[in-house]
Structure formats: structure tokens, C-alpha cells
Design a protein around this ligand. Structure first.
Ligand code: GCU
Length: 627
């Protein structure tokens, strides 16, 4: 079973790694990921979104008895049992759960909105549903989760398939041999609890939306199928296609990759391990993808009995000195950051195409932006595909955030697997320009080694995009004035340096003094302001006193910070913090915050604050200057 194998694989990787990162280097990142099932949403299958039974289990009674032994029959939520029928027949039988008579909720959705008692629940929740499956000869089946936060255990017809750690990337278990022809029962235990060893660790500045937050699908493939396919423009103006087959016929299998609109076909035969890469000169007729012209092409990958179609844009990215080049031309990133949270007063992290379009439309049309930082974790594939379609460059990130346990080899394995799962899901998304490996992590020997490994993993898996990280910035006094110095040792492993800077919010600098703050970037690399921002409660106005949390203060903060940014010669992009107010348990001012981080330029209901127009005007000016 893939899941168990992966479990064993992971165990094997963890057991052999010890605490030395050098051993890590011998384990390629791609080896940490189970089946990729690239572009799985396009495959035939059964969508298991819809009604599921759910039941809380805060003391994990479904996993272990009172002295830690395996849970008994009256407690195993994943058993195939009609508890009501059994206890009618055997009145002395004791069951302290009954999934089939537990309440029902529509998934995908975080459990925070299942009912009022779940708003602050942090622990284990069980989900169960049945479905009918018709076996077809020669077909394989995979149970695929778009994401579930944080540790997920999956059982089919009472048998464990395996588990997955991480709240924001897809994972799948092969179930070909476990499915019954007819009715099947799937049970999922999702535990949102994190620890100092997790990725992210326990403390973050965003809400933990525990649960199954992205679609669950039963994906069908032929016996030998296209597990991964990556099509892109590489160096020397060549168009490359890499295909990886899995199955009994993977080796020595003919492969064809077609782009009908260009009349282009790349053809070849896989090696014994099922892999193949073909390359042709970039077709003259190819229209490159850009925010201004987000051209996408149907790409058809065929091998054996399998055919997979995706919509792919083609463009190139590079850095040259302080410039970031898109299709060979320098560009300035007119962006903003956002969390994965749909608009509304009760978000449940169920990102629909409509919600994605609404949020990204505010960036593209409202702010006249060309860039989004999808912070602080891999967002839904709905979001990255929408960015492809609307024409927004994307910064994609894994949640190596703040106080990660950098000295722990198993934590590095978790982060490496998460990174690989993210890249292998989205390598065909033209919008993605940056892979970020961290946010505001404190420099140190263990942290530098940990992140350097992640940067190497990015380059192993994807040599067409830029590696970055959101870094802390040093502030010094020189000739009586503050100077911000970019000097994180990690920068030497990055293509682009990015810093989070909050002078005037997390400091008592007068806003009028911000433009005179000095900046020094001796890294030789392009610089991005990956964060800057100030809270404001929409509708709170105090123009005369300019108090923090007023819209006027936030607007003036942005005005002055933007003026400061204009004086930094190596600056090539902005992604202010943040598009929309978002839930954060750390933000509990009873008048201004109420559990929300209010640095949004729009409120949680989409109400634009004064600062929105300040940034929009700045970006219109930059765009008019061709930046
Ligand atoms: C930090 C952090 C964000 C946080 C923000 C803030 O830079 O990266 O996750 O929300 O600051 O303080 O609002």
C-alpha cells in the first residue's frame, strides 16, 4: 500500500537520517513524495465533496485506550460497524461512539464553522461517509486529498491506509486493492494539534482552520499512468517536457506531448524507470505568458492508455544584478500579500473559484497589481490556477515560520516533503515565479543549514523559478539616522532577497520620518518588500489625532512607507501586508481587533479602507512609468 509504504519510506528516511543534514542531501526531495498525480482534478473519478458524518475526539479515544494500548472495538471510529444494529442485537455491547448517527456536515470546510461549539476547537475530529464504486478492469484508484490540516489518518473499509503530516499540500493513497465493488466506507481522522516540532510550529499569526479544507476525490487511472508531467520554457529558448509514468508498463513506453494550438508534438520513449524528457526550440508562434497577456495553451500528454490535458502558460524568469526579468525584460512587482481565507464574517477556508476570483480581482483590477504573495503556506490550487488565468505573478510559500525546530531532522523531513508536494503540484502554473522557503526565521547555524537544504531542494525540482524567503531586517544608527541593513546569511542561497519591514507600526517612528530612513542592500540581489503594514478597523476615523488603528493612520503609514520605498535603488517589488483582514488568535484588542489581524486594505467583508486607494494610486503611477 502506497500509504504504508510512504509511512515506511518516511520512517526509513527519518530512521536513517539521524541528526546530520548531510545525510539529508543524499535523499532527493522527490523521493519524499508519494504518487504526485499531477493535475489530478482533471482526471476521471468520484468527487467525495458533500455530506460526511463528523464527531469530535479531543482525547483521541479512537486511537488509544486509557493506558495507551490500541483502541478497543467500542472506540475505533474507523471500524465498519452499524453500532445501532449491533447494540439492538447485543444489548450489553458497549460503544461510546456511533459515526453513522453522528451529525452531518458538507465538506470541504474547516470544522470551525460546523457549529458554534467548534469555533475554537483544536484537536482530533473524525469524518466518515460511504460511497459506491464500480471496479473496472485495468484501472487503478487513488484516494486524494487536496489538503487537510494538520495530521491526517485515513482508513478504508476499516483498514488503515496511512497518514499525512502537513495542512496545505495534496496527498494520496492508492486504494486499488482495498476498494470493494459496491459500497465502501471511508473514515478520516484529522488532528489540528501542532507542536514545537511541526511545520508550522504551534504559534503563528493566523487561524488554524482544522479539518478537511480542500476537495477529496477518488481518482481513477489506467494501470500505467502519467504520474507527473512538467512542461516549461527552459534555458536557451527551448521548450521542455518531462514525463514520469508509474505502473507495470512505465519503462520503454512511447510518450507524446502535444500543444495543438501550436501544431507542436514532442515524442519519445521512457527509460526503464518510467521517465522521459524531450526538448524542442521554442516555437516562433508561441505567445509567452505575462500578467498583461496571460496566454494559456492546452497541453496534451499521452502515454499508453493514459491521456492528461492541462492549461499551461509559458514564460521565463531570471535575475540579472538587481533586476528581476520576466521574458527577458525587467519588471517591478506591484503586489500584495494574502492569506487563504474567503471574504465574509465566518470564513471556513473553503476557497471556491468565485472567492478566488473576487480576491484576486481586487488585486488585478482594484489595485492595478501584477503580483500576489500567497502567504504563509501553499494555497489552494484554485488560487494558483486563477492567478494563471487573470495574469498575476505568484510567490508560493511553505510554512517554515518563526520558531521552527531547525535542529530536528524529522522536522526538516516534514518541511522537505511539504516543499516537494507543493512544487510537484504546481510546477505547471505559469503564475508562480517564486518558491519561498521561510518567513521571519531567526538566523543561526541550524536554521541556515535547514533552509539551505530547502533552497537546494527547490533547485533540484525546478530550475525555472526563483528562490526566496521573507527575512527579518537589521536596523542600525549611522550618523544619527536609522539605516535598515539587509544582511541575513541565508541570502547567498537565494535568488531574491525579501524583507518584512514595519517601521512606523511596530516602532514609534513618526510617520513623517519614514522616507528618510536609510537602506543598505549589499547582497547584490534584487530586493522585495515582502511585508509592511498597519492595522486599521474599517470605519474607525480619527483624522485629527492620527491614532493607530484608525484608517487615517493606516493610509498615512502606507503613503510614507511607499515614499521610503521609492528611494531604494535595488527594490524590485512590494507585497504589503495584507489584502484582507484575516483571523488571528493573537489579535485580541476588544475594540479594534476581536480576533482579527486588521492590516487588510479591505475588511473581512470586502469594505475598502482609505489605504486601499493610496496603494492603488501608487501602482497606477508605477504602471504608467512602465514599472
Ligand atoms: C509578520 C508575519 C505575519 C504577521 C505580520 C503582522 O511579519 O510575517 O504573519 O501577520 O507580521 O504582524 O501582522
Amino acid at each position: 500500500m502506497r500509504g504504508r509504504r510512504r509511512g515506511l519510506l518516511c520512517m526509513g528516511v527519518v530512521m536513517t537520517l539521524g541528526m546530520t543534514s548531510s545525510v539529508h542531501a543524499q535523499t532527493p526531495a522527490s523521493a519524499l513524495v508519494g504518487p504526485v498525480l499531477v493535475n489530478a482534478e482533471a482526471r476521471a473519478g468520484l468527487d467525495l465533496s458533500g455530506p460526511w458524518h463528523w464527531s469530535v475526539d479531543p482525547y483521541r479515544d479512537g486511537l488509544a485506550g486509557f493506558h495507551g494500548a490500541e483502541a478497543g472495538p467500542g472506540h475505533r471510529r474507523y471500524d465498519e460497524v452499524d453500532v445501532d444494529a449491533v447494540t439492538r442485537e447485543h444489548p450489553t455491547a458497549l460503544y461510546e461512539y456511533d459515526m453513522r448517527r453522528s451529525p452531518v456536515v458538507h465538506l470541504p470546510s474547516s470544522w470551525l464553522t460546523h457549529d458554534a461549539t467548534m469555533r475554537y476547537y483544536d484537536g482530533l475530529v473524525w469524518y466518515q461517509r460511504t460511497f459506491t464504486f464500480r471496479k473496472a478492469p485495468g484501472q487503478r484508484a487513488f484516494l486524494r486529498f487536496g489538503a487537510a490540516d494538520y495530521l491526517t489518518r485515513v482508513y478504508l473499509n476499516g483498514k488503515p491506509l496511512g497518514q499525512h503530516e502537513g495542512g496545505f499540500t495534496p496527498f494520496a493513497f492508492e486504494v486499488t486493492e482495498h476498494l470493494r465493488d459496491g459500497e465502501n466506507q471511508v473514515t478520516v481522522g484529522v488532528d489540528s494539534t501542532r507542536s514545537a516540532d511541526s511545520v508550522p510550529p504551534t504559534v503563528t499569526d493566523w487561524e488554524t482552520y482544522g479539518g478537511i479544507t480542500r476537495p477529496v476525490r477518488l481518482v481513477s487511472t489506467p494501470a500505467t499512468y502519467v504520474d507527473d508531467a512538467w512542461v516549461r520554457l527552459g534555458a536557451n529558448q527551448r521548450l521542455l517536457a518531462t514525463v514520469r509514468l508509474r505502473g507495470p508498463g512505465a519503462g520503454g513506453c512511447p510518450v507524446r506531448v502535444r500543444i495543438p494550438a501550436l501544431g507542436l508534438t514532442l515524442a519519445g520513449e521512457t527509460a526503464a524507470d518510467g521517465s522521459w524528457t524531450g526538448a524542442v526550440p521554442e516555437p516562433r508562434a508561441l505567445k509567452r505568458w505575462s500578467p498583461e497577456a496571460p496566454t494559456l495553451y492546452d497541453v496534451v500528454v499521452a502515454a499508453g492508455d493514459d491521456t492528461l490535458v492541462d492549461r499551461v502558460g509559458f514564460r521565463t524568469l531570471a535575475v540579472k544584478g538587481h533586476d528581476i526579468l520576466l521574458n527577458g525584460k525587467p519588471l517591478f512587482l506591484r503586489g500584495i500579500s494574502l492569506h487563504e481565507e474567503e471574504p465574509g464574517r465566518q470564513p471556513t477556508r473553503a476557497m471556491t473559484p468565485a472567492a478566488a476570483r473576487a480576491l484576486l480581482g481586487e488585486v488585478k483590477s482594484g489595485l492595478n497589481g501584477n503580483f500576489v504573495r500567497l502567504a504563509h503556506y501553499p494555497h489552494s490550487e484554485v488560487m494558483t490556477r486563477m492567478a494563471d488565468e487573470l495574469g498575476l505573478l505568484v510567490w508560493s510559500e511553505i510554512p517554515v515560520y518563526w520558531r521552527v525546530n531547525f535542529a530536528r531532522a524529522e522536522t526538516l523531513t516534514t518541511a522537505r516533503r511539504m516543499l516537494a508536494e507543493n512544487l510537484l503540484r504546481d510546477r505547471n502554473r505559469a503564475s508562480i515565479a517564486f518558491w519561498s522557503v521561510a518567513n521571519e526565521t531567526p538566523p543561526g547555524e541550524a536554521r541556515d543549514a535547514f533552509l539551505a537544504q530547502l533552497a537546494r531542494d527547490v533547485r533540484e525540482l525546478d530550475d525555472t523559478r526563483l528562490v526566496t524567503a521573507a527575512l527579518l531586517i537589521d536596523r542600525v544608527q549611522e550618523q544619527g539616522r536609522p539605516v535598515m541593513v539587509v544582511k541575513d546569511p541565508l541570502v547567498r542561497h537565494l535568488d531574491v532577497a525579501a524583507v518584512n519591514t514595519y517601521n512606523g507600526w511596530y516602532s514609534d517612528d513618526a510617520l513623517s520620518s519614514l522616507p528618510d530612513i536609510g537602506w543598505r542592500n549589499d547582497t547584490g540581489k534584487p530586493l522585495i518588500f515582502s511585508e509592511f503594514g498597519a492595522d486599521a478597523l474599517a470605519g474607525f476615523h480619527e483624522p485629527e489625532r492620527m491614532r493607530k488603528f484608525s484608517e487615517e493612520y493606516q493610509a498615512e503609514y502606507h503613503r510614507q512607507t511607499l515614499a521610503m520605498s521609492e528611494r531604494i535603488p535595488s527594490l524590485r517589488g512590494l507585497s504589503p501586508w495584507v489584502l484582507k483582514d484575516f483571523r488571528s488568535p493573537r489579535r485580541q484588542h476588544p475594540v479594534y481587533q476581536q480576533g482579527w489581524n486588521r492590516k487588510g486594505l479591505i475588511s473581512e467583508t470586502g469594505q475598502r479602507k482609505q489605504a486601499f486607494e493610496v496603494l492603488a494610486e501608487h501602482y497606477r503611477k508605477l504602471a504608467a512609468q512602465g514599472r
